[in-house]
Structure formats: structure tokens, C-alpha cells
Write a protein that binds this ligand. Structure first.
Ligand SMILES: NC(=O)C1=CN([C@@H]2O[C@H](COP(=O)(O)OP(=O)(O)OC[C@H]3O[C@@H](n4cnc5c(N)ncnc54)[C@H](O)[C@@H]3O)[C@@H](O)[C@H]2O)C=CC1
Ligand SMILES: O=C(O)[C@@H]1CCC=N1
Length: 276
């Protein structure tokens, strides 16, 4: 186990701590994980919860990295990478960036050299080990490094790889932003149910469990979601009426518009962050 690569996290906030939590829960040796951040509160949280190494010195941390996970906010990634160029000049770790909307050529330029770089778009259910991560690897990434990255993100949920970096915009719109779409649906279902006379607390509990149950069923079943939907729709029954209302209201077109809007915004942000 202790011949595992040393994973260094630059940033120790929500995402870094949930990935660290997933890794440690899956048996990854804590002494092979280091978190670096200026926030003593964040460092104390990961060291007390998971017994990993911590430091406030990015240079010291990067010098030990076999895998360097960039887990800071996109807006400060340029400055963080430029500062890491010196400690990385004699070292070629696998770099994994989870920053939304920052493209690999920019990371490469800021780090000042060609390195194996993976971009990953996780999502917030990673906090409860139910994440969905989309990943893209550049040409320098070896099959072994790809496997290592896959293991890291499988520790917090499921992984899917894309073959072109441009597809990360669609991934961001699908699973990166996606949890918010389902929270919106829970909110709307709860509100609508309260209007039928159900107590709010009851409506919330049943709405959440219904989303969870439907997702678990879709995951376990060999049937596709369209068929699972039809199985709930008794001919002449209640669901048929509700689904007809959704279709009449243009729910599919609305999804298309929303996902396209998110993907377009991701492209805009990539341009903005790249120009900075
Ligand atoms: N929250 C979300 O839904 C998603 C977030 N992401 C990405 O994950 C990344 C991290 O997001 P969060 O964990 O939510 O942010 P966060 O604000 O919780 O954590 C950021 C961490 O960076 C540290 N930090 C600040 N300046 C630093 C520096 N100069 N050197 C080292 N560390 C520094 C902070 O102390 C903190 O520990 C972002 O790039 C974000 O785009 C990706 C997918 C989904
Ligand atoms: O809304 C955002 O911009 C980020 C990226 C995916 C989830 N949150």
C-alpha cells in the first residue's frame, strides 16, 4: 500500500476534503496524502478528520508530489500555477485540475512546461461519496496515470472519460451543474405538494426519497429511464396526466435550453479565465 503515489492537494476546501475523505475511506494511506492551503482552519479539518499531512507552503508540498491536484478557485489558479513553476522545474508529476472552466493549454502555459495534465469536473454529491466526475487527459498522460486518476475519483463516486477537452463544457452543464437541477425539482415538487394540502415536512421527505429512489432504480435496472417512466404510468391513471402536463409545458425544450445555456457559459468562462 505504501508504494502508492504521493497525492498533494493544492487547496483544502470542500472539494479537496471530500476527495481526501473518499480516498482515506477506501484505504488510501493517509501518510501518502498532503494538503496545502493558507487556511489553517481547512488544514486542521483535514488533518484531524483524516490524519493526512498538511502544510501552508505550496512549494514544499509540490516538491513531494507524484500527483498534484489543483483544487483552488478558478480565479486564482493562474497565480497559484505561476508560483508552482519553480518547484516543478525538476519534477514531472501528474497534474489534475478540478477548477471549473480552466483549459489545459492555459494550465500548461502558467506552469511553464508540458506536463501530463488531467482535467476533472466533479460535482458536490462527492461530499457524500455520490459524485459524478467527467475527466479528460492530455497526450502526455500515461495509461497508468489515467488509472491512478480514475481510482482517485472513483473513491467519491462514478467516473466517465471524454476524448476531447471541448466536451468538458457539456460535462459541466450535465453533471457539474446537474445537482442544482434536481434540487430545483425537489423544491418545486415540494411546493406543489404543499398546495395539495400536505404538510411541508412530509412533502420534503417524500420528495427527496422519491428522487433518491428513482435514481437508485434507474442505476440498478436494466431498463432505460423512458421504460421505467412508462412502468409508472398506468393507462388512464394519474401519472399519465402529470407527464402529459410536463410534455405540454415543453419540459424537454426547457432542458435543452438550460443545458445549452450552461455549456455556453462554460465556454465564455474558459475564454475569460484564459485571457486573464
Ligand atoms: N463546488 C462545486 O460544485 C464544484 C467545484 N469545482 C471546483 O473545485 C475547486 C475548489 O472548489 P471548492 O473546494 O468548492 O472551493 P473552497 O473555497 O471550498 O476551497 C478552496 C481552497 O483553496 C485554498 N486556497 C486559497 N488560496 C490558495 C493558495 N494560494 N494556495 C493553496 N490553496 C489556496 C483555500 O484555503 C481553500 O482551502 C474550484 O476550482 C471549483 O471550480 C468543480 C466542480 C464542482
Ligand atoms: O456553477 C458553476 O459555475 C460551477 C461549475 C459546476 C458547478 N458549479
Amino acid at each position: 500500500m505504501n508504494n502508492k503515489p504521493h497525492i498533494v492537494f493544492i487547496g483544502a476546501g470542500n472539494m479537496a476534503s471530500s476527495i481526501i475523505g473518499g480516498l482515506v475511506a477506501n484505504g488510501y494511506p493517509a501518510n501518502k496524502i498532503t494538503a496545502s492551503a493558507p487556511s489553517q482552519e481547512h488544514l486542521d479539518a483535514v488533518s484531524s478528520q483524516y490524519q493526512v499531512n498538511t502544510t501552508a507552503n505550496n512549494h514544499q508540498a509540490a516538491a513531494e508530489a507524484d500527483i498534484l491536484v489543483l483544487a483552488v478557485k478558478p480565479q486564482i489558479l493562474e497565480a497559484v500555477c505561476a508560483d508552482l513553476a519553480a518547484p516543478l522545474c525538476n519534477k514531472d508529476p501528474l497534474v489534475i485540475s478540478i477548477a471549473a472552466g480552466v483549459e489545459i493549454p492555459h494550465i500548461e502555459a502558467w506552469l511553464g512546461k508540458a506536463l501530463p495534465i488531467i482535467r476533472c469536473m466533479p460535482n458536490t454529491p462527492a461530499l457524500v461519496s455520490q459524485g459524478a466526475s467527467g475527466l479528460f487527459a492530455n497526450q502526455q498522460v500515461t495509461a497508468e496515470q489515467r488509472q491512478q486518476a480514475d481510482e482517485i475519483f472513483q473513491a467519491i463516486g462514478v467516473t466517465e472519460w471524454v476524448t476531447e477537452e471541448a466536451q468538458m463544457h457539456g460535462i459541466t452543464a450535465l453533471s457539474g451543474s446537474g445537482p442544482a437541477y434536481f434540487f430545483l425539482m425537489m423544491e418545486a415538487l415540494e411546493d406543489a405538494s404543499v398546495k395539495t394540502g400536505i404538510a411541508r415536512e412530509t412533502a420534503r421527505k417524500l420528495a427527496i426519497q422519491t428522487v433518491l429512489g428513482a435514481a437508485e432504480m434507474a442505476k440498478q435496472s436494466e431498463l432505460e429511464p423512458a421504460q421505467l417512466k412508462r412502468n409508472v404510468m398506468s393507462p388512464g391513471g394519474t401519472t399519465e396526466r402529470a407527464i402529459q402536463s410536463f410534455e405540454d409545458g415543453g419540459i424537454r425544450a426547457l432542458f435543452e435550453t438550460a443545458v445549452e445555456a450552461a455549456a455556453d457559459r462554460s465556454k465564455e468562462l474558459a475564454e475569460l479565465l484564459g485571457k486573464k
